[in-house]
Design a binder for this molecule. Structure first.
Ligand code: NAD
Length: 316
């Protein structure tokens, strides 16, 4: 019997996973939510806690702690599991350990018969997305990462404040690695239909081109600033994941800056990075290739080189 039950399984019921779950519940985005964690007791406690809030929500969601067999029939499996960096541990050693964590997750998910879309949030998200593609053997369009979705939301918020316009009328993207080499292609940034660069060229206003550099730095450093203040970031990414999940479950064809495998776009291949894509029921439907200027293309290549180099060092 075919039903329209929207089922999501999340692996990693930590801060990010549970912020996602909380956003999914409050926005009523799915009908069934399975929480999976190596710490089963934690997943059970989180499921109980959310269930006790059901009576106050507008949702009738079925929420329970489960295991990998429960991924069968899920529309989305969201990966938020990860291990933290040990003192003195190199980035590559951490990556290698997270690759092992992903092997212990992705293979049983695949073996459950799961045929939906993988949504990856674990950092470094672009590399973990590529690893998930390789480990699962899924068509690359069905494995996407949160990429620069949250960075793009931060950018739109700051530009909205700067220009005193609703962030939903700001059309600008952060692209590349979700990390230090990410950047804003300003040639592609619009307020409604007006290019931001044109606003500066016209002059005579209180807006200054130099302020844009400060805004992109603020976006890039936002995570570190939050981590310094409260040790981790999780609400924003949880809401970004919920937004992407809604686009998938509703087959919305929304343009979101997710991390996906480039297949010749911008002359790049074999690397996942954040760039605008059309997202729907089958995952990434298509890339929206931006008309970047030559310096912007160089910046994207720099970001891709860093990611490819990190991937080369990992043994799968
Ligand atoms: P956390 O430590 O709170 O949660 C991680 C969870 O993963 C824990 O519950 C742990 O038990 C579980 N886990 C570990 N190994 C597992 C395994 N082998 N199988 C199943 N579960 C396992 O961490 P967090 O703050 O929730 O962060 C999770 C990940 O999300 C990190 O990699 C973090 O860097 C990343 N993150 C990404 C973004 C983004 O923009 N993509 C933003 C914030 C955090």
């Amino acid at each position: 019997m075919k039903t329209d039950n929207r089922k999501v399984a999340l692996v990693g019921a930590g801060l990010v996973g549970m912020s996602y779950a909380y956003a999914m519940l409050n926005q009523n985005i799915c009908d069934e939510l399975v929480l999976i964690d190596i710490d089963r007791q934690r997943a059970e406690g989180e499921a109980m806690d959310l269930n006790h809030g059901l009576a106050f929500s507008g949702s009738n969601m079925k929420i329970y702690a489960g295991d990998y067999a429960d991924c069968a029939g899920a529309d989305i499996v969201a990966l938020c599991a990860g291990v933290a960096q040990k003192p003195g541990e190199s980035r590559i050693a951490l990556l290698q350990r997270n690759a092992e964590v992903f092997r212990s997750i992705v293979e049983p998910v695949r073996d459950s018969g799961f045929q939906g879309v993988f949504l990856v949030a674990t950092n470094p998200v672009d590399i973990m997305t590529r690893i998930t593609q390789l480990l699962s053997g899924f068509e690359s369009s069905r494995v996407l990462g949160t990429g620069t979705a949250l960075d793009t939301a931060r950018l739109r918020y700051l530009l909205g404040q700067y220009f005193s316009v609703d962030p939903r009328n700001v059309h600008a993207y952060v692209i590349g690695e979700h990390g230090d080499s990410e950047f804003v292609p300003w040639s592609q940034a619009l307020i409604a239909t007006k290019p931001i660069l044109t606003i500066f060229e016209q002059g005579g206003s209180r807006y200054r081109r130099e302020d844009m550099e400060q805004i992109s730095t603020e976006v890039r450093d936002a995570a570190q600033k939050i981590i310094s203040a409260k040790k981790a970031t999780y609400y924003g990414i949880g809401m970004a994941m919920a937004r992407i999940s809604r686009a998938i479950l509703g087959d919305e064809h929304s343009v979101l800056t997710v991390s996906s495998l480039l297949q010749g776009e911008y002359g790049l291949r074999e690397v996942c990075l954040g760039a605008p894509c059309v997202v729907g029921r089958e995952g990434v439907k298509a890339a929206v290739t931006l008309s970047l200027t030559p310096p912007e293309v160089s910046q994207l290549y720099h970001s891709a080189d860093l990611l490819l180099e990190a991937l080369r060092d990992i043994q799968l």
